[in-house]
Design a protein around this ligand. Structure first.
Ligand code: SAH
Length: 196
């Protein structure tokens, strides 16, 4: 498969912030993602009270779903606007505090304590800051990462999961010569080589 036309494309953090400011967020799904409902059992695998990570979380409503089921949700998102919209759209009170290990980063936590959203770049995180996770919902995340950063992203994600974790990944399949992305086209062979 020819992904040559997307290989060098870069979307900067400023461009993402601008998308949020302009309301250019066609990726956001108000009703949540049907594939999470479909594969919820695979993610949970009969377990309760999991720590679930949402990389590049935006204001994904699935974070609320999983928290309401008794899981503990952690997300990371560079847009503070997105994080604040998440809490306000679900009428969730929250507090915000600096993250001592990451200069300029803030952590927004629901008052109930079960949803923590880091406002910083995902590349600033490590397991010593956020711990390790039992489950990952990766939708609009690997496919939103710049192609040149994919290896770094995948290595980081692998370092953030527990041994017996489940990782649900949503990708999109299309002709990469017809659309510049994001979402980028990530061929299955590349996913295999990134995650093993
Ligand atoms: N997963 C969400 C959002 C997908 S769009 C959903 O399913 O709706 C990708 C999101 O990643 C955007 O909100 C963008 O602001 C954020 N983002 C882009 N680069 C990032 C980075 N390096 N670190 C953290 N968030 C980032």
């Amino acid at each position: 498969s020819d992904v040559g036309s997307q290989k060098d494309r870069v979307v900067t953090e400023e461009e993402w912030l601008e998308k949020w400011e302009m309301g250019n967020i066609g990726f956001h799904k108000e009703e949540g993602h049907p594939l999470l409902q479909k594969y919820l059992d695979v993610l949970l695998n009969g377990r309760n009270g999991l720590r679930i990570f949402f990389p590049l979380c935006g204001k994904a409503v699935e974070m609320k779903w999983l928290a309401d089921m008794g899981h503990s949700v952690v997300g990371v998102e560079i847009s503070e606007q997105a994080v604040k919209e998440f809490f306000s759209e679900h009428s969730l009170p929250y507090c915000e505090e600096p993250v001592p290990e990451i200069s300029g980063a803030k952590m927004f936590q629901s008052t109930s304590g079960n949803i923590s959203l880091y406002c910083c770049s995902i590349y600033d995180l490590s397991s010593s800051i956020v711990g390790k996770f039992d489950g990952v919902w990766d939708r609009g995340a690997l496919v939103a990462v710049n192609p040149c950063d994919r290896q770094r992203y995948a290595s980081l994600m692998i370092s953030l999961v527990e041994k017996n974790s489940s990782y649900l990944l949503v990708t999109v399949s299309y002709d990469p010569n017809k659309h510049k992305g994001p979402p980028f086209y990530v061929p299955e062979s590349e996913i295999k080589s990134l995650f093993g």
